[in-house]
Structures are given as structure tokens and as C-alpha cells.
Design a protein around this ligand. Structure first.
Ligand code: GLN
Length: 473
């Protein structure tokens, strides 16, 4: 049924980079067979899950929507993909994204754009735009996205589905192609918090192959999700309701908060005084880490290599000879042809936004600027985390908008990176602080576009987030 749905809808939406039809049918047949013979089945048996094309899966390629990795096949599974396979999920396809997860509209994919199923003229958000759009258009019941600065919550909000960014370390990053390693997290997208709970409990947990993953038991989220949070204290952030927030979004969020009050919640205004620096802090730290992570795409180890690269073997032989002859001048000439190969491979392989991030990050990390930018950003990051620590002494959950506006038009912001960065205003703080956040639908604007409500919780309180979301649903 889902393959049929994809066949009839995805030509318009463009959520999938590849539909893994043969594998999906084989996995489904294997589940059927085991079910008939009463063999044990995994938690997600028979459920199609779409996966953002940034998590390694040895049965298919992992492109990160980049020319650089157009033909890259990982020799191993990411931990998340391995867990999905072990749970008997049906891996139905790989979803479109902004190249290397850099962006907020999925327009930075090197291969195709994805359209918002609610209005095909509009963007689905990003970078997990394909993962959100395929769930919104009912082409998969569940999908996996990644969130470095909002890339699960923002597209979930703009597409009217549920998306959860777990606590940093809750889900293993092993086999996730790195963007900004101290911010990246993998998480579920689904139609409801109940479904998201089931998917999260399948992928979460400690992993010896990710040193930053947390050695803490995984609660049975799907068992507790339906228990309401009696007397929950909800914080509304004063700074969130400032200039720039669309009035329809603001009133939908306030209406949602009124629903909580009617269910017995108490609501309190709180302040996150450093949140005004969050976007600036994020856009120093994320590009710095990206520039370092993306240095591996050198045209030699793997990924795209320029056609001039046949020279490489000759160069290696030549280098040996020059070294033996201690010919310094010859060696430096040789190095400049290697630099040419490196530069050309990267120029051809990366798109404009990725190059922009590499340049920003390299600049901010360079000698003389490191203290002024990177180190300063790390200090502000700590202050942002402390704001949350203080706020969570007074409230159990923080509620607010996911984005200041509903879905924007395709093409509207591609030439204006700064405006695109500002879309991340409400989402980046959770990544900087390492705390979990969920986006859930809370209504529509006058043109019928979905509005998202964001809930934030203290570290490792995903259970509280899911129960809070379910209570509203
Ligand atoms: N829009 C943000 C960025 O471009 C967030 C991306 C993400 O979470 N992967 O960096």
C-alpha cells in the first residue's frame, strides 16, 4: 500500500531520493513468512520506515544529497539502521535532504527539491524535508531524520507531523555522516507521539561505537506515552513572543497552551536571557565543526574525485623519486598539483551552501580568530545551557513556536542565506544545550498551512516530552 502511495504521489512531492522497492518487498515477505510459522518478530515488524540519506546502510548508497558522495556505499550499517533491521522494520526508501544536512528547506540537495505536501509551491523545511514530507503525504508511517539545529523539528512543524530531537547522546551517531558532531542527533518523525515513542525506543540506547552515547537505560516510551502529566508546569519563554513571530503562529501556540491549562497544567512565563545569541552562536560552532568534519572529502580516501585524478598514481611514483633525490623544488611543484587535485575535487563535489560553511568555519577556527569566535561561542553556549538549567527548576516543560512563520515558498530564500539561518531561531538552542525537543501539529494558518508547537524538556526527559505531546493530541 505504501509503495502504491509513493508511486502515485512522490512524482509531485519528491520526498524520496531512492525507493528501495525490491528490498522492501523481500523484508515484508520475510516478516510474513516468520509470522505464519509463529516465529518471534521485532517491534517494528511490517512497518515501513523511510530513512534520511545520511545514515549508512550497507545495502544501499548513502549520498547525503551531495555529488561528493553520489556513489558512496558504506561497508557497514549505522547503529540506527542496524537497530531498524533487527526490529524487522521495512526500509522502504531513502529521503531527500539539504546537502550534508546544511539548510532549512531541502533546496540545497544536489539532486532534487522536495515540495511541501500541503502546498506544492512551498518548501517542506529542512534539512530532513524528505523525511517529514513522506510522512505528511502518507508515503511512510514513520521516518528517521537528523537534527543539528532544528532539522527534525522544523520540517515536522512545517509539514504538520510529529518530530523529536532526542537528548544529545540518547541515540548513537555511529554511521551517521557527521555535520557538526557536538550538535547532531538522530530522531523519529511520525504522525503521532505514540508512533514516535515506538520508533524512539527502537533506535535509542548506549553504543560502544559512539563514545558520546549515554549509558542509560531506555524507557519503554510507547508504554508510558498515554499517561497524562498531572499538574505539569509549563513555561512560556518571554523572548519567544517578540518581534518577528507571525500573529497566527503566536495565537495557535497560545491556544495550545490554553488546552494544557484546561487539562490542569499551570503556566508560567520564564526568561531565557541568552537565547537572543543562539543563532549567532550556532552559526559559529556548526560551521567550525563542519569544516573540520568535511576535511575528509579530499578526493583521495573516498567520495568524488576530479577526472584529473588519474595523475595520482603517477604523482606517488614521482614523489618517491623526488624524495630519494632530495629534490625540494620538485617536491613543492608536485605538492601544488596535489593541491589542484584536492581543490578541484572539492569544488566539483560540494554545493554552494556547503562551501559557504567550510569557508566560515575555517575562518573562525584560524589562528588569531579562534579565541574571538569559536572560544567565545563555546562560552555563550554554556550560558544558554545554564539558562535552561535554571528554567527547568521552575517548570517541567517549555512550550513555544517551532518557527516564526508557516511554510515559505520554494525559491523565496535560496539566495538569502542569512534569512534562511534566522528561521532556526527557536530550534538551535536545544541543540546547543543538548536537551530534547519535540514538534507537534497545533493547528493551521488562514491558508491552511500547518503550525507546529515545540516542547522542550531537561536532558533525558524524552518520556516527559512524549507524554506531554500525547496529552495535547
Ligand atoms: N538549518 C540549520 C542549518 O542549516 C539546521 C540544520 C540541521 O539541523 N541539520 O544548519
Amino acid at each position: 500500500a505504501y509503495l502504491d502511495s509513493i508511486a502515485s504521489r512522490d512524482a509531485n512531492v519528491g520526498a524520496f531520493l531512492r525507493v528501495e522497492k525490491d528490498r522492501a518487498l523481500a523484508q515484508a515477505a520475510s516478516v510474513d513468512k516468520r509470522r505464519q510459522s509463529n516465529k518471534p518478530l521485532g517491534k517494528l515488524a511490517g512497518l515501513p520506515v523511510a530513512v534520511k540519506d545520511v545514515l549508512c546502510d550497507q545495502d544501499t548508497i548513502t549520498t547525503c544529497a551531495s555529488r561528493m558522495l553520489e556513489n558512496f556505499r558504506a561497508p557497514y550499517d549505522s547503529t540506527v539502521v542496524a537497530k531498524l533491521k533487527a526490529a524487522d522494520a521495512i526500509l522502504i526508501g531513502r529521503t531527500n535532504m539539504d546537502e550534508f544536512a546544511m539548510g532549512g528547506s531541502t533546496e540545497n540537495s544536489a539532486f532534487q527539491i522536495t515540495r511541501n505536501p500541503w502546498d506544492l509551491e512551498r518548501a517542506p523545511g529542512g534539512s530532513s524535508g524528505g523525511a517529514a514530507a513522506c510522512v505528511a503525504a502518507d508515503m511512510a508511517p514513520l521516518s528517521i531524520g537528523t537534527d543539528t539545529g532544528g532539522s527534525i523539528r522544523q520540517p515536522a512543524g512545517l509539514c504538520g507531523v510529529v518530530g523529536l530531537k532526542p537528548t544529545y547522546g540518547r541515540v548513537s551517531r555511529f554511521g551517521l555522516v557527521a555535520f557538526a558532531s557536538s550538535l547532531d542527533q538522530v530522531g523519529p518523525l511520525a504522525r503521532t507521539s505514540q508512533d514516535a515513542a515506538l520508533l524512539l525506543e527502537t533506535i535509542a540506547g548506549h553504543d560502544l561505537r559512539d563514545a558520546t552515547s549515554l549509558d542509560r537505560p531506555v524507557p519503554a516510551y510507547s508504554q508510558s506515552v498515554a499517561e497524562p502529566l498531572a499538574g505539569v508546569r509549563i513555561g512560556l519563554v518571554r523572548e519567544h513572543f517578540a518581534e518577528g513571530l507571525d500573529s497566527e503562529v503566536a495565537s495557535a501556540v497560545r491556544d495550545a497552551v490554553a488546552v494544557y491549562e484546561s487539562l490542569g497544567a499551570t503556566v508560567k512565563e520564564i526568561s531565557l536571557p541568552h537565547s537572543k545569541h543562539a543563532v549567532a552562536t550556532y552559526y559559529v560552532i556548526a560551521p567550525c565543526e563542519a569544516s573540520s568534519n568535511l576535511a575528509r572529502y579530499d578526493g583521495v580516501h573516498y567520495g568524488h574525485r576530479t577526472d584529473e585524478a588519474e595523475m595520482l598514481e603517477e604523482l606517488a611514483a614521482e614523489r618517491k623519486a623526488l624524495e630519494a633525490a632530495k629534490d625540494e623544488v620538485g617536491l613543492s611543484r608536485l605538492d601544488s598539483s596535489l593541491v589542484r587535485m584536492y581543490r578541484k575535487s572539492r569544488s566539483e563535489g560540494f554545493g554552494a551552501e556547503v562551501k559557504r560553511r567550510i569557508m566560515l568555519g575555517t575562518y573562525a577556527l584560524s589562528a588569531g580568530y579562534y579565541d574571538a569566535y569559536y572560544l567565545k561561542a563555546l562560552k555563550v553556549r554554556r550560558l544558554i545551557r545554564q539558562d535552561f538549567d535554571e528554567a527547568f527548576r521552575e517548570v517541567d516543560l517549555i512550550a513555544g513556536p517551532v518557527t516564526a512563520q508557516t511554510a515559505f515558498k520554494i525559491g523565496e530564500m535560496v539566495d538569502d542565506p542569512l534569512s534562511m539561518y534566522l528561521v532556526d531561531l527557536y530550534t538551535v538552542s536545544a541543540n546547543l544545550a543538548g536537551i530534547p525537543g519535540i514538534s507537534l501539529p497545533c493547528g493551521f494558518d488562514k491558508s491552511g498551512l500547518p503550525i507546529g508547537l515545540q516542547l522542550l524538556a531537561p536532558p533525558l526527559e524524552e518520556e516527559r516530552l512524549l507524554r506531554g505531546a500525547h496529552m495535547y493530541e
